[in-house]
Write a protein that binds this ligand. Structure first.
Ligand code: GRF
Length: 205
């Protein structure tokens, strides 16, 4: 049976592409990306979806309240029988309604070691703070920003000569690897959640 994944994005779509490549290479057994949704029609991720012949659509949020917008997105995801939602650079906070429709079935990737540096420009925040290590986090999504239980993290060093761009590129390479691992873990079902802790059972991750 295939695991039907929906990806939400707003921009470049490199994490979406990394997931699609992993699936094509058989690194996420049984997974299929059945739908990509963007809230922006100029998102490069839409072109990346088209190049892979993955169904994609734009749902514009202009003029809509958060929950009204989320109802549109959720109904598209449900129509496509999506079981797992992967946020990949989707620049919107989800409403409680959305989160309740996919309990513990929404993942997000964030370019810092949460709970440090949530929100926008996490790489710049890390540089300006002066941390010596940063990284990325895949977590379950709740209605708070970058806040749900952590599934996986990867660490990268911050070098003295780093700029926003060089640090972001180093983190992004890890993001592409980590998201695949986290999706594989979730779809395997081989984990349990204790409080905020996501505990992988043996031989996963
Ligand atoms: C990534 O850095 C991701 O961690 C953050 O937004 C960026 C999206 O990049 N949530 P892309 O669109 O996947 O290339």
């Amino acid at each position: 049976m295939s695991h039907r994944i929906g990806v939400l994005l707003s921009g470049r779509g490199s994490n979406f592409e990394a997931l699609a490549d992993s699936i094509a290479a058989g690194r996420i057994p049984g997974a299929e990306i059945v739908l990509v949704i963007s809230n922006r029609e100029d998102a490069l991720g839409l072109q990346r979806a088209a190049a892979r012949r993955i169904p994609a659509r734009v749902i514009s949020s202009k003029g809509l309240q958060r929950e009204a917008y989320d109802r549109l997105v959720v109904s598209e995801l449900q129509r496509a029988r999506v079981e797992l939602v992967c946020l990949a650079g989707f620049m919107r906070l989800l409403s409680p309604y959305f989160v309740a429709c996919f309990p513990q079935r929404i993942l997000n990737i964030h370019p810092s070691l949460l709970p440090s540096f949530p929100g926008l420009e996490a790489q710049r925040q890390a540089l300006e703070y002066g941390v010596k290590f940063s990284g990325c986090t895949v977590h379950l999504v709740d209605e708070n920003l970058d806040a749900g239980p952590i599934l996986a993290q990867a660490i990268v060093p911050v070098r003295d000569d780093d700029t926003d761009e060089t640090l972001s590129a180093r983190i992004l390479a890890e993001e592409h690897r980590l998201y695949t691992e986290a999706v594989r873990l979730i779809l395997s079902g081989r984990y349990r959640i204790v409080g905020r802790r996501v505990i992988a059972l043996a031989n996963e991750l």
